[in-house]
Unconditional design. Structure first.
Length: 235
């Protein structure tokens, strides 16, 4: 593994400590289970997952990676938490799906496999790394010219702080306290600049909303809190 690892040891420890609960839909990872069908359909509609070679950066316990494999994709999942990857590999015995999980950084696997993938996904990860632009450059290096790269993260403003930190972690208890660090949230304009500098073009910006009364997530135009961005590689 690279000595210049783009990872926060405290963030890795936080998710490693919870790794055994990753596939429990009523655990701290309940929001991931709830949003996964939305993001999966959004990715599939744009990229056509069946038959594609895909890499999921920051795959964690494999919720998205496995669901993309279930739709016929050839999926590689990478993460820097050994415990999360261990849980992901174990779950394959239960599901019967096939995913190649690797304990490696995005930057290192990009050096090993330039332009090797049709699709790259990097969901709910950028707000947890010290240098998101480095991760984005790695994603751009991994995808073939004309291929799609999908990101999702959290906007940085007062509303997102109140809803994603105060509301989700302290009032509704949707997430463990300390899951998110507000200073690491990324505005859509900042993410758009990072992807352009990495040689990607923005194709779509979509918001993800949570209704605390119905407890239902949906996609829409409002990007104030959670949002997803679809990009493609030039050429």
């Amino acid at each position: 593994m690279s000595d210049s690892m783009n990872a926060d040891p405290a963030e890795l420890q936080k998710f490693s400590d919870l790794a055994h609960r990753w596939w429990d839909p009523e655990s701290e990872f309940k929001p991931l289970h709830q949003i996964n069908p939305l993001r999966l359909d959004w990715i599939d509609a744009a990229a056509g997952l069946a038959g594609k070679r895909i890499i999921d950066i920051g795959c964690g316990g494999g919720i998205l990676a496995e669901s993309m494999a279930a739709r016929g994709a050839q999926v590689t999942g990478v993460d820097l938490s050994e415990k999360a990857l261990g849980v992901a590999r174990l779950h394959l015995y239960e599901s019967g799906h096939t995913v190649d999980y690797r304990h490696i950084s995005a930057e290192e696997i990009a050096r090993e496999n330039p332009e090797a993938f049709d699709v790259v996904t990097c969901m709910e990860m950028l707000e947890h790394v010290p240098d998101p632009a480095s991760t984005i450059r790695a994603c751009a290096a991994l995808v073939k010219p004309g291929g799609k790269v999908f990101f999702s993260t959290l906007n940085r403003n007062l509303k997102s702080y109140l809803m994603a930190v105060v509301g989700a972690e302290y009032i509704l208890n949707l997430l463990p306290k300390g899951t998110h660090e507000y200073a690491k949230f990324i505005k859509p304009s900042e993410l758009a600049r990072y992807v352009r500098e990495a040689g990607l073009d923005v194709e779509d910006l979509t918001g993800m909303h949570y209704n605390p009364l119905s407890q239902v997530y949906s996609l829409g135009s409002n990007t104030d809190v959670n949002y997803l961005m679809r990009t493609s590689k030039r050429g």
